[in-house]
Design a protein around this ligand. Structure first.
Ligand code: DGL
Length: 277
């Protein structure tokens, strides 16, 4: 009886997620579509953006602090909605918080999804931090040793997206230059190994004349979240009552613009939270 009561109280709590900036909003958006009754508390670490250029140690310390912040806001699950932070900090956070809260990353569900496809050659693009960590290669060699993985760091894409260049000549030229890299020749699928990249997904698919399956983590991760919440008895059974909350560590008008674009009609309740001082 007491356990049911505790689970019930917990299931009303929000889903906490974070990224360096707007990227995780692509995941937040997919969660709203698949789990409309869940409340979100989002943290965009715009003061430290981009994560892709930072050291592993720096990303671990940012992620630790943000996880504490989201837990203080009552999060029942922490979703690392950033590949760079998933690659650098997931195992550390799991060790430190794994017995207190459900913790999810954005890389493992995508690897699971691709392994069901039996592709022989798969490309991965991401930040320098994600690509140099070798996390995708390690995951695929465990789960799908027959798949050849070719990965490419595409560091200009995050600043380009955060500056609002998402459907113009500048973004087209940068995308074309990266995707023309010889390394990516002959791939059957391209994994968007950064949660910012779904914002330029159409241009990427267009580059391949829609012949290559472009996989982004947003939907796959949202489905994984639903499964995990269900398994743990943490799905919100009632209707959503509280508004979603969006925090940033530094105000950027672009964050607000993208948040409003994704949550059109919804309330974008944006607060600057300087958690570093
Ligand atoms: N969206 C992030 C990722 O998935 C952020 C990248 C960055 O800040 O460089 O890696």
């Amino acid at each position: 009886m007491v356990i049911f009561f505790i689970m019930d109280t917990l299931s009303n709590k929000p889903v906490g997620l974070f990224d360096s900036g707007v990227g995780g909003l692509t995941v937040a958006h997919a969660i709203k579509q698949i789990l409309p009754d869940e409340t979100l508390v989002y943290f965009g670490d715009t003061a430290h953006l981009p994560y892709g250029d930072k050291s592993e140690g720096a990303i671990i310390s940012y992620s630790r602090k943000i996880t504490g912040f989201l837990l203080d806001h009552g999060a029942k699950v922490i979703l690392i909605a950033c590949n760079s932070a998933s690659a650098s900090a997931y195992s550390v956070l799991k060790n430190e918080y794994g017995n207190k809260v459900l913790l999810l990353d954005v890389i493992s569900p995508v690897i699971e999804y691709i392994t069901t496809k039996n592709y022989s050659r798969v490309g991965v693009i991401g930040t320098k931090r994600t690509i140099s960590s070798g996390t995708y290669e390690a995951g695929f060699s465990d789960r799908s040793p027959g798949t050849e993985i070719v990965s490419l760091a595409t560091p200009l894409l995050v600043p380009m997206i955060e500056e609002g260049f998402i459907f113009d000549d500048i973004s087209n030229a940068i995308i074309r230059t990266y995707l023309s890299d010889k390394k990516l020749e002959g791939i059957q699928s391209l994994v968007l190994g950064c949660t910012h990249y779904p914002l330029i997904r159409n241009q990427i698919s267009k580059f391949y004349n829609f012949d290559v399956e472009v996989v982004d983590s947003a939907r796959v991760v949202a489905m994984e979240l639903r499964n995990k919440l269900e398994m743990e008895g943490l799905l919100n059974k009632g209707k959503k009552t509280d508004p979603d909350k969006f925090f940033v560590s530094d105000y950027t008008p672009y964050f607000e613009k993208i948040a409003r674009m994704f949550f059109e009609g919804g309330d974008v309740n944006l607060t600057v939270a300087d958690i570093w001082n």
